[in-house]
Design a binder for this molecule. Structure first.
Ligand SMILES: Cc1cc2nc3c(=O)[nH]c(=O)nc-3n(C[C@H](O)[C@H](O)[C@H](O)COP(=O)(O)OP(=O)(O)OC[C@H]3O[C@@H](n4cnc5c(N)ncnc54)[C@H](O)[C@@H]3O)c2cc1C
Length: 374
């Protein structure tokens, strides 16, 4: 099997590494001065990075699993918090289900002028994609939405929200979930936003009789679950690649520290006790890399095969993140705990990747269920 990236992807990766190195202000992020940078966002759009997340058919020039992997690994390596994952989720759903008029939004998303967010998770839904209790009621000339969405990443910044709501069925049913396009500032939409650990912003969204026109419905009524699961699979691949990039940087900072910090007349990296720990970390990160490559190559499989790889990868990457973060901080000694040192930002952001889209324990159970039903 050839693991070399194509020339285009290598160029994307190199260009992105240089760009993000210039625009990501780790000290300001650690202080919580900003959630993400509009300047960085414009530059990402200019470089065509947002377009790399969509297929040619949808107006982009990529969209395959390995495009996601390359892009998000570099975002992770730089510790960049810009909301690209929301493009994969909300943008991906518009591309998958949208009518031609709805798909017009994709051009502005790729140009970087329209921000999007996917309002799906609710208080109590944990990681279960089918636990939607927000209600959508059909009216004479459209829809009326009521309910609450929780930790909607990029929710307050989004010009366009993709909101899930139940048009039939019970909470937990895969059938009966519909998606709606909700523009910023729609009456009845109450947003409360806050900074997230490791950068970015989240929002709690309360919807009370949000009135939408008939053409706000995205795709077929009650049949959105499959597309949500597919977008989620792609986003999980992206998030795991981001975690991989974050771990690569934590690993590098730790190796550098072991080579620089002298104790007992020599760099502490000369002591075998630390060499063993470092070697374990390197092996674990390589294993996580193999898992992400494997998932990127299986994103277009049939539903069940794809989801088995999604849960296996998220579980393994989640465990590796925990190990790498803990070991990096331990081996740094006291300095690893300080806000002034960059490792803290990578440790926080990597830890947060474990809490998004299902943690290791959740995916272990899901993997067993998917395998058990084979
Ligand atoms: C929040 C916090 C709470 C703490 N609580 C405690 C506590 O309750 N009790 C306590 O005893 N200490 C405590 N410490 C201190 C901690 O034990 C030291 O931070 C640790 O010994 C690392 O020292 P250092 O920061 O100088 O790092 P460095 O000396 O730079 O060491 C970095 C790494 O190298 C390892 N290392 C250094 N020299 C050698 C060597 N010769 N062989 C093998 N490995 C080596 C260190 O263990 C560490 O993993 C605490 C520190 C923090 C930040």
């Amino acid at each position: 099997m050839n693991f070399e990236h194509t020339e285009e992807r290598t160029m994307l990766s190199d260009g992105l590494r240089r760009l993000l190195g210039d625009v990501t202000d780790l000290k300001a992020l650690a202080r919580g001065d900003y959630g993400w940078s509009t300047d960085a966002w414009e530059k990402l759009a200019e470089m065509g990075v947002i377009g790399a997340l969509f297929s040619e058919e949808d107006g982009g020039f990529g969209g395959a699993g390995f495009d996601l992997m390359v892009t998000f690994e570099e975002m992770g390596r730089a510790g960049a918090p810009e909301p690209l994952l929301e493009v994969v989720l909300a943008g991906g759903l518009i591309a998958a289900l949208g009518a031609d008029s709805q798909k017009e939004a994709i051009e502005a998303i790729i140009a970087g002028t329209t921000q999007v967010a996917f309002a799906h998770g609710e208080p109590g839904s944990r990681y279960d994609l089918a636990r939607v209790s927000t209600q959508a009621e059909k009216t004479d000339d459209g829809w009326k939405l009521s309910g609450r969405k929780s930790v909607v990443t990029n929710g307050a910044e989004a010009d366009l929200l993709v909101v899930s709501a139940r048009t039939s069925g019970e909470v937990g049913d895969t059938d009966g979930i519909s998606l709606f396009l909700v523009p910023k500032g729609t009456d009845g939409l109450d947003l409360r936003d806050y900074p997230l650990a490791g950068g970015g912003r989240g929002a709690e969204i309360e919807m009370t009789d949000v009135t939408l026109p008939a053409d706000a419905l995205l795709g077929e009524e009650g049949k959105a679950f499959e597309a949500i699961e597919t977008a989620n699979a792609r986003a999980t691949c992206a998030l795991c690649a981001e975690a991989l990039g974050l771990m690569e940087t934590a690993k590098k900072l730790t190796m550098d520290y072991l080579g620089q910090r002298n104790q007992f007349g020599q760099p502490i990296g000369r002591f075998q006790a630390l060499q063993f720990r470092m070697a374990d970390m390197i092996v674990e990160v390589e294993q996580a890399r193999s898992a992400v490559i494997n998932l990127a190559g299986h994103l277009d499989d049939d539903r069940k095969d794809r989801e088995i790889h999604v849960s296996a990868t998220k579980q393994l990457v989640g465990q590796t993140v925990k190990m790498v973060v803990e070991e990096s901080i331990q081996m740094h000694g006291g300095i690893g705990m300080t806000m002034e040192y960059d490792l803290g930002h990578f440790a926080r952001r990597a830890t947060m990747t474990e809490h998004r889209l299902g943690d290791a324990l959740y995916h272990l159970g899901r993997f067993s269920r998917l395998r058990g039903a084979a």
